[in-house]
Ligand binder design. Structure first.
Ligand code: CP
Ligand code: NVA
Length: 312
């Protein structure tokens, strides 16, 4: 990989992704077999979190521990990025202490600015624009469950936000069919759809629809995300109203293929975007999906930190 960072899916080539997925398989295997891998001994990950997190924070921290390294969790209170100190200064100085930086923040520009001033790899751990670690784990999980990505059809029902955008970009790159059904005003922005279509060899594999039933018919995977992303809490009342009809529930599933997999990046707001009967059904793979965050991020950290040229 020419780029040392994982800021967006665009930083990765298909070859990089193949290598990342292959190493994830090995990381998962060796963890299950209780083998010790201290490939990151003496290395430190600095984790800047300006938003809440359970999976991302814990999986990154555990990943570093399991690989023999260490992680430092830095909240807004600790760093106060851009206010107590400029992003440039934080990037330059942290680069002298740690071997990699993960950042979860609001504006995507905060991630790009940090990456531009950092001499160590920077990983986007979620911005308002994208959540690349999530999408990579999701497509890895789909490959693990179905045994291939070729010809797979993913239907996303809900908000055309960060998670949907990363999935659209990665599906385009890996030639997975991506259909998204969103209510008016919550579609994936046209510009993002165009980027996804440009990435895809066949632009027809990326489609924005209105009707969830149409989006999910023939789908191998139905994916949803919260209607109220972090930072949008003030819009809760209107969003709950606008997303009515976009709940992944038993009645929607009645129109889906038998054996369709249900995915959710989590945290789930049970009873809003997804019902208990669906998320707890045998079709649901949300816990396997969440577990794979750990294995994939171990592979990612290993590739970014160990490779001196920062090439996958
Ligand atoms: N899916 C995900 O990123 O979860 P957290 O917000 O808990 O990290
Ligand atoms: N879209 C959600 C994803 C959480 C993992 C958010 O940004 O809050």
């Amino acid at each position: 990989m020419n780029n040392k960072n994982l800021v967006t899916i665009a930083d990765l080539s298909v070859k990089d992704i193949d290598k990342l997925f292959a190493l994830t398989v090995r990381m998962k295997e060796s963890h299950k077999n209780k083998q010790t891998d201290h490939s990151l001994a003496g290395k430190t990950l600095g984790m800047i979190f300006e938003k809440s997190s359970m999976r991302t924070r814990v999986s990154f921290e555990v990943a570093m521990t399991q690989l023999g390294g260490h992680a430092i969790y830095l909240t807004k209170q600790d760093i106060n990025l851009g206010e107590r100190e400029s992003i440039k200064d934080v990037a330059a100085i942290l680069s002298r202490y740690v071997d990699c930086i993960a950042i979860r923040t609001f504006a995507h520009e905060t991630v790009t600015e940090l990456a531009s001033h950092s001499s160590v790899p920077v990983i986007n751990a979620l911005s308002d624009y994208t959540h690349p670690c999530q999408a990579l784990t999701d497509l890895y999980t789909i490959k693990e469950k179905i045994g291939r990505l070729d010809g797979v059809k993913l239907a996303f029902v809900g908000d055309g936000n960060n998670v949907a955008r990363s999935l659209a970009f990665l599906c385009a790159k890996l030639e997975v069919s991506f259909k998204i059904a969103s209510p008016e005003n919550y579609e994936l922005p046209l510009e993002s759809l165009e980027i996804a279509k440009r990435i895809a060899k066949t632009s027809s594999c990326i489609e924005q629809l209105r009707d969830p039933v149409e989006a999910i018919k023939d789908a191998d995977i139905i994916y949803t995300d919260t209607w109220i992303s972090m930072g949008r809490e003030k819009e809760s009342i209107i969003r709950r109203k606008d997303f009515k009809g976009y709940q992944v529930n038993g009645s929607l599933l009645a129109s889906a293929k038998e054996g369709v997999f249900i995915m959710h990046c989590l945290p789930a707001h049970r009873g809003e975007e997804i019902t208990d009967e669906v998320i707890d059904s045998p079709n649901s793979i949300v816990y396997d999906q969440a577990e794979n965050r750990l294995h994939l991020q171990k592979a990612l950290l290993n590739l970014l930190i160990c490779n001196e040229k920062n090439e996958y």
